[in-house]
Write a protein that binds this ligand. Structure first.
Ligand SMILES: C[S@@+](CC[C@H](N)C(=O)[O-])C[C@H]1O[C@@H](n2cnc3c(N)ncnc32)[C@H](O)[C@@H]1O
Length: 227
């Protein structure tokens, strides 16, 4: 068996490459989830975060309709498609649907309908959901980091608020919302709104989420329906 030392890839600081890029490259090359994603054919290591959240809360069931906001490059969509059976070739009653939305282009994925759009201007009526509703809304959205902690936190809270508004309009009663937040949680206003609209609201950090990242995920279960 190869030792840990041999498995660890060393990265030399190349001329012209910034130290931060070298650090990023080193982390990527030695990250077990990056390796696993490559081996198992997932578009991103983020796929494992969703798998772990779903293993704990069981919301991606066969036949469910999922809206994946901020989907590119597609790891979460792949997990959602596989667990809801939307990627199966043989149509059956337990076949789900996955609709993915992102600002940036995404390669086609089996069982995933992709819409390139900014969620701030997303026209929900144009999304072909079952009776206009989804069972699960996922948001792994993140704006590019500014490096300024408070600004980044506010930006992600804004994205979370938009996801919650979309959920209020297009979730089925008993539906589930999963959304990324940064350390400090959802912000008190957002937390209040989530608790008013869902019976259970949990904030969790899946094992695959990097320890040095301040990201966490809100899992809101049991949508109370339009009030
Ligand atoms: C961390 S990545 C998502 C990774 C994805 N869950 C996966 O498993 O591959 C965050 C994504 O959010 C998208 N995003 C950020 N702001 C957005 C917006 N306003 N509308 C749509 N997508 C947005 C970004 O383009 C980016 O692709």
């Amino acid at each position: 068996m190869r030792g840990q030392r041999e498995l660890h890839t060393r990265v030399k600081t190349a001329k012209g490459r910034k130290l931060s890029s070298t650090r990023w490259l080193k982390r990527q090359l030695n990250d077990p989830y990056v390796k696993l994603a490559k081996q198992e054919g997932f578009k991103s290591r983020a796929a494992y975060k969703l798998m772990q959240l779903d293993d704990k809360f069981r919301f991606l069931l066969p036949g469910k309709i999922v809206l994946d906001l901020g989907s590119a490059p597609g790891g979460w969509s792949q997990v959602a498609a596989s667990r809801t059976n939307s990627d199966k070739q043989q149509p059956n009653s337990e076949m789900g649907r996955v609709i993915a939305v992102d600002l940036t282009e995404m390669d086609p994925l089996q069982g995933v309908m992709f819409i390139q759009a900014d969620i701030h201007s997303l026209e929900l009526s144009k999304i072909d959901l079952e009776q206009g509703k989804a069972d699960v809304i996922l948001s792994d959205m993140a704006a590019p980091s500014t490096g300024h902690k408070q600004t980044d936190h506010l930006r992600i809270i804004t994205l979370c608020e938009v996801a919650l508004n979309i959920a209020k309009e297009s979730l089925m009663p008993e539906g589930v919302l999963v959304a990324k937040v940064l350390e400090g949680g959802a912000g008190s206003e957002l937390q209040k709104e989530l608790k008013a609209n869902f019976t259970t609201v949990k904030t969790v950090k899946p094992e695959a989420s990097r320890k040095d990242s301040s990201e966490k995920y809100i899992v809101a279960l049991g949508f109370r329906g339009m009030q």
